[in-house]
Design a protein around this ligand. Sequence first.
Ligand code: S3P
Length: 175
Amino acid sequence: MKPIYIIGFMGAGKSSVGSLLATLNHLQFIDTDIFLEARFRKSIRDMFVEVGEERFRQREHSVIEELSGMNDTVIATGGGLPCFHNNMALMNETGKTVYLEASDEALFDRLCLCKRTRPAICNLSEEEIREFVHATMLKRRPVYEQAQYRISAEQLMNRDDEVRLAQEIAESLNL
Ligand code: S3P
C-alpha cells in the first residue's frame, strides 16, 4: 500500500492521530519533523535558526521525496511542508492525503499550550499568535484543501478523541 500522508496546521493533531492510525492498522509511522531532526542531528528549532527557513524547506522537500517511496507507512508532515516546492502535488501523486481540519480558533487555543517547542511562534505574544494563525492559514488553507480526504479535528482534547479520529480516517480510507 502507498503512503498515507497526514497534513494540516501546527496543533491539528497530525503526529498523535497519525501514530495511532499506524498502530491500529499495523503500519509504520514516520513524522517528518522527527525524521529531519534525526538526519541532521539538530532540533527543528535550531535548524531554523542556523540554516534559515529556505534551507529547511529544501531539506523537507528532499525528505518527502525520499519517503514517498515507502509502503505501508503513515507519514505525518510538518505543518508547512505541503505548501512549498510542490510537495502537495507530489503527495497526491504518490499516496493518499488526509487533511486534519480545524478552525483558526481551535488551532490558536492548542498552540498557546505548546508554543515553546515551535520556532515559528515561540517568541510571539498571544495576540501575535492569533494573527499568525489567521494570516498563515489564509495562505495555506487552499493548499491543504487539495488533500483527497478531509477529517474534522475541531474536537481534539484527549486520547479518546484521537482514537475516534484515527478510526474515522481508517474507515474513510477503507483500511
Ligand atoms: C512548521 C510546522 C512544524 C515544523 C516547523 C515549521 C510550519 O511542524 O515543521 O516548525 O511552518 O507550520 P508541526 O506542524 O508538526 O508542528
